[in-house]
Ligand binder design. Structure first.
Ligand SMILES: Nc1ncnc2c1ncn2[C@@H]1O[C@H](COP(=O)(O)OP(=O)(O)OP(=O)(O)O)[C@@H](O)[C@H]1O
Length: 585
């Protein structure tokens, strides 16, 4: 048997381009993209992408060149997910909510050859390009192509080239550049920058192909889905659903801004079946005063992740008719790596317990070969007891090739033959994994680890809490203690506001006392990254300045006694091994 050789009949490099060609030939007349009054079929989308790929080659784009795009969820962003690799190049989608400085950093680091700019992002792109020039990079400026709005052209330009013009000038018979090695790069995505400067994560054709298939399977996405683009395509290529919708011959409903009225209008108008979003969008869906937020006429499947979804919010959004699946992942894992796969026996549970089960991050998707939670010092697997914390590690073909131009960080991330996520979790006796924190966010109070996620879960159960984040605050006796930052919902009865004492007492009723925040700071809105994650490093900087008086911190009877060796807070306070070992430091 070992003499049977690989050949082009039985060994074809894995690439998401296969899904695209298949969609164009198997479903030529099915709708591929809907955006306002613009509708395309799969054969038209294929035709447009071939033309664009041809034009890119005519602009001297060759294998492994980086093509960047700064755009919202418009048809062009979707098309580039195929046209750029069809030209043999690497797609770099840039977060359109970044500032000019960060866009410039990405353009410089990625050495983009062509820079596609959505007409709405022209001012941002112009500032970023100016920064590049000011920084002495005039010679390496990318070629700029503006993407005018395809439904309502604006005439806005930045330089000579325009997207539709490249499509018209292209050749619809262009045979795309063959993928000869599935390990070749297909995409370069920068991380959100929640914990450190954004890192350039490189995906292979093989990783993208396998991750796409395993998510389509894990989410049980059937044929002809109508997929609403509420998740930015720039976020891990829309968690691979840019390629996944093609694999199912589905319809992409493009949306510039995911506001509550726009989302509900699209759901009703196009009979949306699927959408992905960060948990922060749940607040949008539940937005008070949105008349459209009535129960849905048919269920819409939501895949949520990117941050822990509080159980209380899951329960409310499901009550509207959304069927939520919870996923956990990272840019480095090509989007979701774990899914909270639902078990039919949980249907019997009361709604609150069902939401609690769903708030766990779950089990691996099929392209992940292995997932574990390990003690970071010994690398031994933790007990499956739902209590012992360790670092979540992953192995599998969906894991990135590595960090672009950062060998040191790549080696560090793959230390010990596993990808170190920098997230702290536990494994429950049923094998489901639950995130307790990012290693940087764990609060160590009197030698006890406090999961900020757990405290936040309780805060979200308070009827007036809209947003909540818990970080460490210095404590003279316990080293650190939890400090909560909260944004409140408007008071429906118009009465007075909730007080700090009320929130603390609510937490003490629902948590062991040592976990309850010692201080609550009210903010109008919590600071977030451009992907909607709360920027805890900013809150931590504020909390560092808070002074907890000994009086408040006098241990109650229920507080655990400090370990005999526990030093009082000073600059040499020993960090927990989880923090020392984090690859994200
Ligand atoms: N379902 C989830 N529950 C809890 N946390 C999640 C979930 N999904 C993702 N996360 C968090 O998001 C992180 C991945 O985010 P992403 O790759 O977008 O960049 P980032 O880690 O926020 O940015 P940076 O690495 O630059 O700090 C995970 O490591 C984890 O901390």
């Amino acid at each position: 048997m070992d003499r049977l050789a690989k050949c082009s009949a039985n060994y074809v490099p894995l690439t998401p381009l296969t899904f695209f060609k298949r969609a164009a030939t198997s479903y030529p007349n099915r709708p591929s993209i809907i955006y306002e009054r613009v509708h395309f079929t799969w054969s038209q989308t294929y035709d447009r992408c071939r033309r664009l790929a041809f034009s890119l080659r005519s602009l001297n784009i060759s294998k492994n060149d980086v093509v960047s795009v700064l755009a919202q969820n418009i048809p062009a962003t979707y098309e580039m997910h195929f046209a750029v690799p069809m030209a043999g190049a690497v797609l770099n989608t840039i977060n359109s909510r970044l500032d000019a400085k960060n866009v410039a950093i990405i353009l410089r680091h990625s050495q983009a050859k062509v820079f596609f700019v959505d007409c709405q992002c022209v001012p941002l792109a112009r500032d970023a390009l100016r920064l590049l020039v000011a920084d002495g990079g005039a010679r390496d400026l990318p070629l700029v192509v503006v993407i005018d709005d395809i439904d309502t052209p604006t005439g806005i330009r930045l330089g000579e080239l325009e997207y539709e013009q490249l499509i018209q000038q292209g050749d619809s018979n262009f045979e795309h550049v063959e993928v000869t090695d599935e390990w070749d790069p297909i995409a370069l995505n920068y991380t959100s920058g929640t914990t450190s400067a954004p890192k350039g994560v490189v995906y292979s054709h093989r990783g993208a192909y396998l991750s796409t298939l395993s998510l389509v399977l894990g989410w049980e996405m059937g044929s002809e889905p109508v997929y609403l683009w509420t998740l930015p395509m720039f976020h891990c290529n829309g968690w691979t659903f840019t390629w996944g919708v093609a694999a199912r011959g589905g319809t992409n409903v493009c949306l510039r801004s995911p506001t509550a009225p726009e989302i509900y209008r699209s759901i009703a108008l196009h009979r949306v079946t699927h959408m992905c979003c960060a948990p922060i969008i749940f607040n949008v869906l539940l937005e008070a005063g949105c008349a459209a937020a009535a129960p849905l006429s048919s269920p819409v499947h939501i895949l949520t992740g990117g941050a822990p979804p509080p159980a209380a919010l899951l329960q409310k959004v499901e009550a509207l008719g959304f069927h939520v699946t919870h996923a956990y992942g990272l840019t480095e894992a090509t989007g979701p790596a774990l899914l909270c796969e639902w078990q039919s026996q949980w249907n019997m549970l009361p709604p609150e317990d069902r939401a609690r089960m769903k708030a766990r991050q779950g089990i691996s998707v099929v392209s992940v070969a292995d997932v574990d939670v390990k003690d970071p010092t010994t690398m031994a697997s933790v007990a499956h007891d739902g209590r012992t914390m360790g670092e979540i590690v992953l192995r599998g073909s969906g894991i990135m090739k590595g960090y672009y131009k950062d060998e040191k960080a790549t080696v560090e991330a793959f230390k010990g033959g596993w990808f170190q996520t920098g997230d702290v979790g536990v494994i429950h006796p049923d094998g489901y994994l639950e995130i307790k924190d990012r290693s940087k966010d764990v609060i160590i109070s009197g030698g006890e680890n406090i999961s900020s996620v757990e405290v936040e879960g309780v805060l979200f159960r308070h009827p007036r809490v809209l947003e909540a984040a818990v970080v460490a605050m210095p404590h003279p006796h316990w080293g650190e203690s939890p400090c909560a930052f909260v944004a409140l919902k408007p008071n429906p009865s118009g009465g007075g506001d909730v007080t700090e004492a009320e929130i603390i007492s609510f937490c003490r009723k629902n948590l062991p006392h040592f976990m309850a925040p010692r201080k609550v700071e009210f903010l109008r809105e919590l600071p977030k990254t451009s992907t909607g994650k709360i920027q805890k490093f900013q809150l931590r900087a504020i909390a560092q300045k808070f002074v907890v008086s000994e009086k408040i911190s006098v241990p109650s009877k229920k507080l655990p006694a400090p370990a005999p060796h526990t030093p009082h807070m000073d600059s040499s306070w020993p960090r927990h091994p989880l923090i020392l070992a984090s690859s994200r430091l």
